[in-house]
Write a protein that binds this ligand. Structure first.
Ligand code: KG4
Ligand code: ZN
Length: 334
């Protein structure tokens, strides 16, 4: 294939983003307009507010991205877009923008699953090789995926209830930290002591996860402290909580690698920015001789660059869509 420049759009949650990516591996230009400051006031993402802001921002973000790359639409080979999973109103804005560009400029349209995007953020670090296991940890997902070849996904397990990022944000709320509190809990965890006894969730033979019980244990602990007029040491709580999360995630991930005899691990999603998870996996993978890839921090949270990377491989594998493409909020990656 000749060099391919894909213009990609991501709007599945609260980031409006456009990127131009060369050959699925090179970030030519990326623009991200984040709405975090707006949603902070509500303690979480408000879907209706998010879609309104996507509508307001999308054309400016696309234009800014082309300007940043010093390119016009004639330099673009195809349009990639996140069509799910995510918030339906938010997804619709990106999908309609992508369809409009594809139609007006006669470009192929490539539908990209948001999770595939997170996984392919790793191809921006180095060329992904197969077979591999992908650990996807974000605000909406906690999944272990087996990939035997390019753009082929088999789900091994996932969370039965809350996603790990969601759990981080709720624990942060208990500690009085504004949304999204995950990164703050991570920082606090690095300074505290493992003093609180929290249960290790779903310690079984499956590849599934569960975080709602852990979340409830933290909430109960906070209530009990309050009733007893005892002061809750938030840093120590963050450390104990993070240790349990790290143990749960690393245990299942290492098991998936071992059971499937796979020697490559890629990590993806907003929570892959977590220092506890990064350090623990680095140590374990070194010990087990497993090739570990983690995206740069800027590609861990939602961005269109990862969608452009995934779109290249989707396109290479014959995945395109006509203009009847619809957003699908609950679509599965498989
Ligand atoms: O992938 P992402 O941007 O959005 C989804 O697709 O869900 O992930 C956002 C999530 C939030 O829950 C945020 O608190 C969490 O990732 N997060 C972290 C860290 N950085 C972001 N959680 C724990 N530790 C971090 N360092
Ligand atoms: Zn995401």
């Amino acid at each position: 294939m000749n060099d391919k420049y894909i213009l990609a759009i991501e709007s599945s949650c609260d980031e409006t983003s456009c990127a131009i990516v060369k050959n699925g591996s090179e970030d030519i230009a990326t623009v991200i307009s984040s709405q975090i400051d707006i949603h902070k006031n509500f303690g979480g993402v408000v879907p209706e507010v998010a879609s309104r802001h996507h509508i307001k921002n999308i054309t400016m973000v696309i234009e800014e991205c082309l300007n940043k790359a010093n390119m016009t639409m004639s330099d673009i080979d195809a349009i990639g877009v996140t069509y799910g999973p995510g918030l339906i109103g938010s997804l619709l804005v990106g999908v309609e923008a992508a369809k409009t560009l594809a139609w007006v400029y006669h470009k192929p349209l490539i539908p990209v699953n948001h999770i595939a995007g997170h996984i392919y953020a790793n191809n921006l670090v180095k060329k992904m090789e197969y077979p591999l296991i992908a650990l996807v940890v974000s605000g909406g997902h906690t999944e272990l995926i087996y990939m035997d070849k390019e753009y082929s996904f088999k789900k091994l397990g996932s969370t039965l209830d809350d996603a790990v990022g969601e759990c981080y944000d709720k624990v942060a709320r208990v500690a009085g930290i504004p949304y999204p509190g995950g990164p703050v809990i991570d920082k606090m965890a690095q300074n505290g002591k493992d003093e609180y006894d929290l249960p290790l969730p779903l310690d079984d033979d499956s590849y599934n996860f569960s975080f709602s019980g852990l979340k409830s244990a933290v909430i109960n602990l906070a209530h009990n402290c309050e009733q007893r007029n005892e002061e809750l040491n938030k840093e120590n709580l963050a450390t104990s909580f993070q240790n349990v999360v790290v143990e749960s995630i690393t245990k299942k991930t290492m098991k998936a690698l071992k059971d499937n005899n796979v020697k490559r691990l890629v990590v993806a999603g907003g929570v892959s920015a977590n220092s506890g998870i990064r350090n623990a996996l680095k140590e374990l993978c070194e010990k087990e001789n497993i090739d570990l890839t983690v995206p740069d921090l800027k590609y861990c949270t939602d961005n269109a660059t990862m969608i452009g990377a995934a779109a290249y491989f989707a396109y290479k594998n014959g995945i395109t869509s006509n203009l009847s493409l619809s957003a699908d909020s609950g679509i599965d990656l498989v």
